[in-house]
Design a protein around this ligand. Sequence first.
Ligand code: ZN
Length: 255
Amino acid sequence: MDAIRLPVDAVNARKDNYIWIFPTGPDSVAAVDPGEAEPVLRYLSEHSRRLSHVLITHHHADHIEGIDALRARHQPLVVGAAADQSRLPPLDLPVADQATPLLGEREVRVLATPGHTSAHLAYQVADALFVGDTLFRYGCGRLFEGTPEQMWRSLLKIRALPETTRLFPAHEYTRLNLRFVQSLLPDDQELQQQMTTVCQMMDSGTRTLPVELRWEKRFNPFLLCDDSNFVKRIGAAAQSPEVLFATLRERRNHF
Ligand SMILES: [Zn+2]
């Protein structure tokens, strides 16, 4: 059975952050990773909505700095990692892996996805997965606190979800990530076409997100480290997925 399609809006924040917003009731919404309050407050007033909840994927400033100001105006319930409370704003609903808190009418499933940070969470709501800085289109987050093995396992957890799951990362990194994939597969015609499309979208101010998981399973190199065909195509030696993942992530750091 197909999951219900979650209606999701977005506001742009900071340099290249997206704050994703979805309904929790007839007149209320939740915001994911509000690193800035102003664009969310503007959205709420334009749409006559109340902010019922805030979801935090991890503690980095560009994901949480708007929360105090939002709390002062709307008193949302704040959801975040119980394991990371010392680094997060005060939590009303501290959660851990596999928790299923109810946000108004919405059931959310929490997935622990350590790697970018040690307590990073993703949130599954109907067919949407808010992945924070774990997975990007054609890419994945930097390993600030976790090991490559940890991040690889987190990505496998995401990869195992239904293929029609829509991924909502917190940043617009698509173009640079795609350029990196092209550096691995320089002769790939399909990637060249995708780059043309992505450039057109960027030039016209269109978001390149969300993206369906089935797409990322085909083109995201960080989800393909155990795919023997991909390993052969990029000319890598046969090696464990974790080692290849670590090598690719390292190359991406210096790209
Ligand atoms: Zn981050």
